[in-house]
Design a protein around this ligand. Structure first.
Ligand code: GLY
Length: 386
C-alpha cells in the first residue's frame, strides 16, 4: 500500500494549495482527484472581492477575506516562480454601480457598512462612473469605486497549482477517493475507485461541494456543505473594441448579482446565477437570458461581443457562508471546504493555515473562528424526572 504523511481528498484549488503548501513545509503529500485542477475554479470568474461582496453578519469572514487579499501578491509571485506559469492576477479594482433608486439605496447601505468596517470605498456620481468606464449605460445612477478588489484567472491559477504540486513532489492520484480508511478510530487514508488503498497519517477532505459525500466519514465529522449552482458566461472582446472595460463592474439588478470581469487577454466573464438546485449543473436558457439581460442593462455594448462559453459550477455552501478549516471530531481527519463564494479569494490563506495545522497540529489564530467544531451539535442533557 502506498503511504504518505498527508492525503488530500479533492484536487480543486483548495485541495491543491493545501497539498503544495504542506509539501513546501517538508511533508510527503498525495492528492486523490480524477481531474486535478478541475472543479468550481473552472467556472469561477476569479473576483477577489473582499470589500464589494461584504454582507451584514459576515464581519468575521471579512477579516479572513482581507487577510487572504493582502497575501495575494506575494502568493502569486511565489506560485508563478514555482510553476513557471502566469496566473492572470490583475490589480484592476472594481466599480459597483446602481441602475435605479432601489439599487442606489442598496449600494448606499453597502457603502455605510464598508465605512463602519474601516474599508476603503468611494461614492461616485453616475457621471463619474461613466468617466471611469465609458461603456456603462447612461442610466447608471451612482456607484462605489473600490480600488482594492482585484481579480485572478482561476483556470490559470488551478493549472499553476497542479504544476507547482508536481514540482514539489506531491503525488497526484488521478482517481476518485471512494471511501475514507479508518483504522482504530483514526482516519488513515482512503480507498480509491477500483479498490487501491492509500495510507496516510493525516487526511484532508477538500472536495468542495462533494465534501459531505465521502463514504466512511462518521456523521459527527461530515462537513455540512451543500452545492449552490452558479451559471457563468464567457465572451470575447475583439481587439477593435478594447479596452471594453478596464476594471470589474458589478451591480445588483432587481435583486440579482451580476458582474463583468475583463481579463487582460480579452476574455470577459459574466456571472453569476445563485441557485439551490442540488447537484444540477445544466446551463439553462433562463439563466443565460437573465445574465445577458442584466449585463446588457449595465453595459449595452455587450450584445456586440462573441459569446464563447456557457457553463455552470457548484459553490460549496456552508451554513454561515464561511469555510471549514481544521480538525474534525475524527482524529486524523481535517477539513478545508465550504468556501462558498470566496474560494478563489481564500486560496492563499487556506494553503497557509492548513499547512501550519498539518505540520504543528495547531490552527493559527486567523483560522480559529473557522474550525468545523462550530457546527458540532451541542450536548443537550434532558433532566431525568425524580
Ligand atoms: N464570488 C462570486 C460568486 O460566487 O458568484
Amino acid at each position: 500500500m502506498r503511504s504518505s504523511d498527508v492525503l488530500v481528498v479533492g484536487g480543486g484549488i483548495i485541495g491543491l494549495v493545501t497539498a503544495w503548501r504542506a509539501a513546501r513545509r517538508g511533508l510527503r503529500v498525495a492528492v486523490a482527484d480524477p481531474e486535478p485542477g478541475g472543479g468550481a475554479a473552472r467556472v469561477a470568474a476569479g473576483m477577489l472581492a473582499a470589500v464589494t461582496e461584504l454582507h451584514y453578519g459576515e464581519q468575521t469572514l471579512l477579516g479572513l477575506n482581507l487577510e487572504s487579499a493582502r497575501r495575494y501578491p506575494d502568493f502569486v509571485a511565489e506560485l508563478e516562480e514555482a510553476s513557471g506559469r502566469d496566473v492572470g492576477y490583475r490589480a484592476c479594482g472594481t466599480l459597483a454601480v446602481a441602475l435605479d433608486a432601489d439599487d442606489r439605496a442598496h449600494l448606499r447601505e453597502l457603502h455605510a457598512l464598508q465605512r463602519q468596517s474601516g474599508l476603503e470605498s468611494e461614492w461616485l456620481t453616475g457621471r463619474d462612473c461613466r468617466r471611469l468606464e465609458p461603456m456603462l449605460a447612461p442610466g447608471v445612477r451612482g456607484g462605489l469605486r473600490v480600488d482594492g478588489d482585484h481579480q485572478v484567472d482561476p483556470r490559470r491559477l488551478a493549472d499553476a497549482l497542479v504544476t507547482a504540486c508536481e514540482r514539489a513532489g506531491v503525488v497526484l492520484h488521478r482517481t476518485r477517493a471512494e471511501r475514507l480508511r479508518v483504522v482504530r478510530d483514526r482516519a488513515a487514508g482512503a480507498v480509491l475507485e477500483g479498490g487501491a488503498e492509500l495510507a496516510a497519517d493525516q487526511v484532508v477532505l477538500a472536495a468542495g461541494s462533494l465534501s459531505g459525500r465521502l463514504a466512511g466519514v462518521p456523521p459527527a465529522a461530515l462537513p455540512p456543505v451543500r452545492p449552490v449552482k452558479g451559471q457563468v458566461l464567457r465572451l470575447r472582446v475583439p481587439a477593435a473594441y478594447a479596452p471594453f472595460l478596464s476594471r470589474t463592474v458589478r451591480a445588483v439588478v432587481r435583486g440579482s448579482h451580476v458582474y463583468l470581469v475583463p481579463r487582460a487577454n480579452g476574455e470577459l466573464v459574466v456571472g453569476a446565477t445563485s441557485e439551490e438546485l442540488g447537484w444540477d449543473t445544466t446551463v439553462t436558457a433562463g439563466g443565460v437570458y437573465e445574465l445577458l439581460r442584466d449585463a446588457h442593462e449595465l453595459v449595452p455594448g455587450i450584445t456586440e461581443l462573441p459569446l464563447t462559453e456557457t457553463r455552470a459550477g457548484l459553490r460549496p455552501g456552508s451554513p454561515d457562508n464561511a469555510p471549514l478549516l481544521g480538525p474534525t471530531a475524527l482524529p486524523g481527519l481535517s477539513l478545508a471546504t465550504g468556501h462558498y463564494r470566496n474560494g478563489v479569494l481564500l486560496t492563499p490563506v487556506t494553503g497557509d493555515v492548513m499547512a501550519h495545522y498539518l505540520v504543528s497540529g495547531e490552527l493559527p489564530p486567523e483560522a480559529r473562528p473557522f474550525t468545523p467544531r462550530r457546527f458540532a451539535p451541542s450536548a443537550v442533557r434532558l433532566e431525568q424526572p425524580a
